[in-house]
Design a protein around this ligand. Structure first.
Ligand SMILES: C[C@@H](O)C(=O)SC[C@H](NC(=O)CC[C@H](N)C(=O)O)C(=O)NCC(=O)O
Ligand code: ZN
Length: 262
């Protein structure tokens, strides 16, 4: 069975274009989001951050301190209610689609939403998530016949899954044979309890402790070579808004397990 080179391992994130991985740089990141059509907006800013939206998070090079796009939560809610655009899914390639479906449903609590085989094109698709595609972000897996592995590359960081109890989720994953690459604990430079695990193909998932999240599939972290250029692209081309940006000059050495080190 053959493996394809890195360039074909990643498919697409609805509005994101994975860029070359940043060289070892201090950690700087941003969160952007599109409004989810019909999302039940909450008065709580935290819940706004966790309504069915995809927040694209990128760590990268030159970054300036910057305010978010909104001067108030009311302004953010108004925008979210008016804007009908929504990130629908992220697609990427796996070496054994039933192995991945089993891992995502048994270890990460996702539901298999639909699966389709296209023999004339020699590939199979499966959609998984935490709710129907009409309201929730989805993962679209692609299996190409005869290709059992891919080189993921350093530009892809991780998916973020929010849970009420990181430790309990990690123990379930470990018990089912999943690979834990970073034990639960506060994120370096912050307070949120996180952990990192890997799925059967080596794609990384960050498990974040964020109680009461209606959309657990809460972020895709991509590494970019110019943070402000990426912010400008996702705002102008994809209609996203900058939700927050943080600079961690003290954390040059990556504490996670994505293989990108200072
Ligand atoms: C906010 C939360 O969603 C995060 O993902 S922060 C996790 C943090 N990220 C980085 O350090 C990014 C920079 C790094 N050089 C990279 O390219 O990945 C992280 O991984 N922290 C490690 C930890 O143990 O806290
Ligand atoms: Zn993250």
């Amino acid at each position: 069975m053959r493996a394809l080179p890195m360039a074909v391992s990643r498919g697409a994130v609805a509005c994101a274009t994975p860029a070359a991985a940043a060289a070892a740089v201090p950690r700087r990141s941003m969160l952007l989001s599109t409004a989810a059509a019909g999302a039940a907006l909450q008065s709580d800013p935290i819940r706004l951050m966790s309504t069915p939206k995809l927040k694209l998070r990128a760590s990268a090079g030159a970054a300036q301190a910057a305010a978010t796009s909104f001067s108030s939560n009311d302004e953010a809610f108004t925008w979210a209610k008016k804007d009908n655009r929504r990130l629908l899914h992220v697609v990427y390639r796996v070496g054994d689609i039933d192995r991945t479906i089993k891992f995502y449903t048994e270890c990460l609590g996702m539901k298999l939403l639909r699966k389709r085989d296209i023999p004339e094109e020699k590939y199979t698709n499966a959609f998984l998530g935490y709710g129907p595609e009409e309201t929730n972000f989805a993962i679209e897996l692609t299996y190409n016949y005869g290709v059992d592995s891919y080189d993921i590359g350093a530009g892809f960081g991780h998916f973020g899954i929010a849970t009420d109890d990181v430790a309990k989720t990690v123990e379930l994953i470990r018990a089912k044979g999943g690979k834990v690459t970073r034990e639960p604990g506060p994120v370096k430079g912050g307070k949120t309890v996180i952990a990192f695990i890997e799925d059967p193909d080596g794609y990384k998932f960050e498990i974040l402790e964020r109680p009461g999240t209606p959309e657990p599939l809460c972020q895709v972290m991509l590494r970019v070579g110019d943070l402000d250029r990426a912010i400008s692209f996702y705002e102008k081309a994809c209609g996203m808004k900058l939700l927050r940006k943080r600079d961690n000059p003290e954390y040059k050495v990556h504490g996670g397990d994505d293989g990108v080190r200072a």
